[in-house]
Design a protein around this ligand. Structure first.
Ligand SMILES: NC(=O)c1ccc[n+]([C@@H]2O[C@H](COP(=O)([O-])OP(=O)(O)OC[C@H]3O[C@@H](n4cnc5c(N)ncnc54)[C@H](O)[C@@H]3O)[C@@H](O)[C@H]2O)c1
Length: 275
């Protein structure tokens, strides 16, 4: 029960890594504020999550005996985020942990990318992270109980990846935001860190559009072809991580075990960055 009595805000909570964080945190005693857009984002190739997905995360959290306050909100919408967080804090009585996890993907060479594809990526994967922090931080400072903010970046936040210049720029930007926030919030005992997953088994990569980018020249790659290509990015013999692996790293950063860790970039990457 490493998060006993804590409350955590998670964006992108309807499925994937966000759901895994919610369930893992609930297993360790946390109550949850769960935010998701529950619809596809225009100019993203990631299939949209649904309200049923978010309801399923709530069900899994409640099955563990914890409370879940869910809100359908877009991380690009500051007012909606502020309202969701305020309601959650009112109902749960506190806010100790934030996971800014919502994100989208799309691909294309940077030099020919349509401006709206670039802008949407930056709006969701970078500015959405800042807006999430902006909604949460005043509650944490007012409570004066410290806290932990975990920003979900990517291996693309540490290295340049081909064909996703906009995603890479956004995920590097998240690291810059983390580094400034770590300094600004340290006097309040609020820690801020990033996690950097490699290929993880979620709808973001496990869809036809993304699978094609892994196997260029093949119109409909098989799962085996996709996994063989994904494997080449990792040092350890595993093509795709489980969302729970990322949730475990997030749990560590959220817990008191990481009480003197702030401003850090934690890869969960099967050795990708060491290749
Ligand atoms: N899956 C991977 O291989 C991988 C690798 C590195 C980093 N990441 C990052 O992990 C995070 C979670 O991704 P995932 O793999 O779980 O993908 P996912 O698509 O399964 O989950 C993302 C969730 O974010 C939500 N979301 C998207 N845009 C939103 C918006 N504007 N407002 C609110 N909610 C929104 C979606 O509805 C979805 O439920 C993302 O930031 C992603 O960039 C994923």
């Amino acid at each position: 029960m490493r998060l006993d009595g804590n409350a955590a805000l998670i964006t992108g909570a309807a499925r994937g890594i966000g759901r895994a964080q919610a369930v893992r945190f609930a297993e360790e005693g946390a109550d949850l504020i769960l935010v998701d857009r529950c619809a596809a984002v225009q100019h993203s190739t990631t299939p949209g999550a649904t309200s049923a997905d978010l309801a399923e995360t709530v069900r899994q959290v409640e099955a563990l005996g914890r409370r879940a306050i869910a809100a359908v909100a877009d991380v690009r919408d500051q007012e909606a985020l502020d309202a969701a967080v305020a309601r959650g804090v009112r109902e749960l009585g506190r806010l100790d942990i934030v996971c800014a996890t919502a994100g989208i993907s799309s691909s294309g060479p940077a030099d020919t990318m349509p401006a709206e594809v670039w802008q949407t990526m930056l709006d969701v994967n970078l500015t959405g992270v800042w807006k999430t922090c902006k909604a949460a931080i005043p509650h944490m400072i007012n409570a004066d109980q410290g806290g932990s903010i975990i920003l979900v970046s990517s291996i693309a936040g540490l290295r340049g990846l081909v064909g996703v210049g906009h995603y890479t720029a956004a995920k590097h930007g998240v690291v810059g935001l983390m580094r400034s926030l770590a300094k600004e919030l340290a006097p309040h005992r609020i820690r801020v860190n990033t996690v950097h997953p490699a290929n993880t088994r979620t709808d973001m990569v496990q869809n036809p559009a993304t699978m094609r980018t892994f196997v260029p020249g093949v119109a409909e790659p098989t799962q085996a072809q996709f996994e063989a290509a994904a494997q080449t990015m990792h040092l350890l013999p595993v093509p795709l991580l489980d969302p729970r692996d990322v949730a475990n790293a997030s749990l560590f950063l959220a817990s008191d075990e990481a009480r003197y860790i702030t401003g850090a970039t934690l890869p969960v990457d099967a050795g990708h960055c060491a290749r």
